[in-house]
Design a protein around this ligand. Structure first.
Ligand code: XMP
Length: 594
């Protein structure tokens, strides 16, 4: 089988590089920088990924230079481009200017890497260093106004380097460039999801040889696809699903899951209401990471108790999970990545089971949209496949907890915010709560800034970018859609039934609105968040509708204001004090608030 190796230097987009190659019809795998040259001999090409280090940093990741002697084409991207040049005798230095975001590339139109690409094409940059001097045998085949060696080539050896990221969708013709590289590698573009499904089933059969599997089935897209896949690969007698109602699900969800599974003919599913156990474990807990860990570990405790009740012999059973790739990378699960948040399927108890070889995760290499594609191939109905993603810890993360102590915002932060907003004719304030974000590949925990005075998403977007670039202690911006009179004041909030039921009801109303207004499919996901804040003495909600395809990056969605105003009327009747609307992209925000 034709395949491409992506050497992982810890870049945020490494996995996306591998995924793009698969989307283009060629199988690809991620390999560690420690890979031995002989292990790469069966590959058609090598991609050296981006990464957060500078090539001249002490301890910066490198690979064996003998990899460059195997005689197969190599494409270096960003850090990989710099490493390629430096390894072959070129020079890498801090650039005169750093480039982040869009740049216009002027490519050498006659070069095979740029076949079909326009003479000026938008590419996405994210670098401080640059290749200042090319190695022998190389020439520049593309430049931007700030980067002379934005694209380089040694055609004789089929070595190429790109300073930008062709794999991100913002590099408009990036896919064409990657396809051209694959053609240079001699690939025929014959790989597809069908091949992947067949190899996944084989893989599962091998990994679970002589064992049965116990799968936690939330009823969402990932766990349902994993359930169907395991049933097909191992047969229903060797698979048992367990649906746990953790008290953190959406309105009526557990009953719906059960009904769906029955309708679809899954009879090997056991259901357990453990809501009391989860809520007891979460009592008095406020820190988001602690909540996540408690939820993840409680899943395991409940699973063990259910297995004991069902008299399953632990030596015969493995744990299966519907983990997908972003769960791993955000939990800091690759060698150079930071922990953004601990996904429920990556808590210590699971890591211990993994170390014993007792966990099977057939979807662990895939992104959400690939899981959906696989699900369609497995004939899972679109009504389930197209449901918005919902995190394992559910409303437990969307209900922000606090002891209610008012946190004062430093005067210099307020001043800076006012300065930016006044220059744009807007007003606003920094809210006395904190939530998780992701900036420069790392976790942030900072305040949201609320803005008022515009109903133009573009103006709000520009103000948001400026606020987030200039004010470090702010990692999100929200627009105040409607609110009662009075100040925003801190209040105590916990994952108890009263607060969860209020959020559940609000979430149900917001989702119904999306369906009613025929907006459900135009939005990728829409978390509804309950903040530990009161306005006019009533609770404050945030809507977080986003557009995304892989969940690694996202844009805020622009819902019509008339819909939001109508929604506010409903929420006010329910007892809400304010409706806020998150206008932060990811990064620097994450999709979920917590
Ligand atoms: P963030 O908030 O990190 O979320 O931008 C990216 C996607 O992942 C989902 N998410 C989770 N899914 N277990 C899951 O199964 C989790 O612990 C978890 N945390 C976040 C989130 O809903 C979004 O789709």
């Amino acid at each position: 089988m034709e395949k491409i190796a992506v050497v992982d230097f810890g870049g945020q987009y490494t996995h996306l590089e591998a995924r793009r190659i698969r989307q283009l019809g060629v199988y690809s795998e991620i390999v560690s920088p420690q890979v031995k040259p002989e292990e790469l001999k069966g590959y058609n090409g090598i991609i050296l990924s981006g990464g957060p280090s500078s090539v001249y940093d002490k301890g910066a990741p490198v690979c064996d230079p003998a990899i460059l002697e195997i005689g197969i084409p190599v494409l270096g991207l960003c850090y990989g481009h710099q490493l390629l040049s430096r390894t072959l005798g070129g020079e890498v230095k801090p650039g005169k200017v750093q480039e982040f975001g869009p740049a216009s590339l002027s490519p050498d139109m006659g070069h095979p890497l740029f076949q079909g690409v326009k003479s000026h094409t938008e590419v996405w940059m994210s670098h401080g260093d640059e290749v200042a001097k090319l190695p022998m045998g190389f020439r520049a085949i593309g430049s931007t106004s700030d980067c002379a060696n934005a694209a380089v080539a040694n055609d004789e050896r089929k070595f190429y380097g790109l300073q930008f990221h062709p794999e991100v969708t913002h590099s408009v013709e990036g896919n064409t460039m990657l396809r051209n590289f694959l053609s240079i590698c001699g690939c025929k573009f014959e790989w597809d999801m069908k091949h992947y499904l067949a190899s996944l089933e084989d893989q599962v059969r091998k990994q679970c040889e002589g064992k049965k599997v116990f799968l936690l089935v939330s009823g969402g897209v990932d766990s349902t696809v994993a359930f169907e896949l395991l049933n097909r690969a191992l047969g229903p007698d060797r698979v048992l699903g367990l649906h746990i109602d953790n008290g953190l699900m959406r309105k009526g969800e557990s009953a719906e899951v059960l009904e769906f599974m029955n309708r679809e003919g899954f009879h090997n599913l056991h259901v357990k209401d453990a809501s009391e156990q989860f809520l007891t474990a979460l009592r008095g807990v406020h820190a988001p990471e602690t909540k996540r860990k408690i939820i993840g570990e409680t899943f395991l405790t409940v699973k063990d108790a259910a297995a004991a009740e069902l008299q399953l012999d632990p030596s015969e059973w493995m744990l299966a999970q519907g983990t997908i790739y972003p769960d791993t990378i955000e939990s800091g699960g690759t060698s150079h990545a930071a922990v953004i948040k601990t996904h429920h399927n990556r808590v210590q108890g699971i890591l211990d089971l993994m170390a014993q070889g007792n966990v099977v995760e057939p979807l662990a290499e895939l992104y959400k949209d690939e899981v959906r594609e696989l699900g369609r191939m497995l004939d899972i109905p679109n009504t389930l496949i197209d449901r918005h993603p919902f995190p394992g810890p559910g409303l437990g993360v969307r209900l922000l907890c606090s002891d209610g102590k008012e946190e004062s915002i430093p005067a210099d932060v307020t001043n800076k915010v006012n300065e930016v907003l006044q220059a744009k004719g807007l007003t606003g304030e920094v809210l006395p709560v904190k939530s998780v974000g992701v900036q420069g590949d790392a976790r942030t925990y900072a305040h949201p800034c609320l803005i008022r005075g515009t109903r133009d998403y573009q103006i709000a977007d520009v103000a948001t970018t400026e606020l987030l670039n200039r004010v470090r202690s702010v990692n999100r911006v929200v627009l105040e859609i409607q609110a009662l009179d009075g100040a925003y004041t801190a209040t105590a909030m916990e994952c108890n039934r009263t607060h969860l039921d209020f959020l559940r009801e609000t979430d149900a109303i917001c989702t119904q609105t999306l369906y009613r207004e025929k907006l459900y499919e135009s939005v990728w996901q829409m978390p509804v968040v309950l903040l530990p804040l009161l306005k006019g003495g009533k609770p404050v909600f945030v809507l977080r509708p986003v557009l995304s395809s892989e969940a690694m990056t996202a844009r805020f969605a622009e819902l019509p204001f008339a819909v939001l105003d109508a929604l506010w009327k409903e929420l006010r009747t329910l007892g809400a004090g304010a409706l806020l609307y998150d206008i932060t992209h990811k990064p620097p925000g994450t999709i979920e608030w917590e």
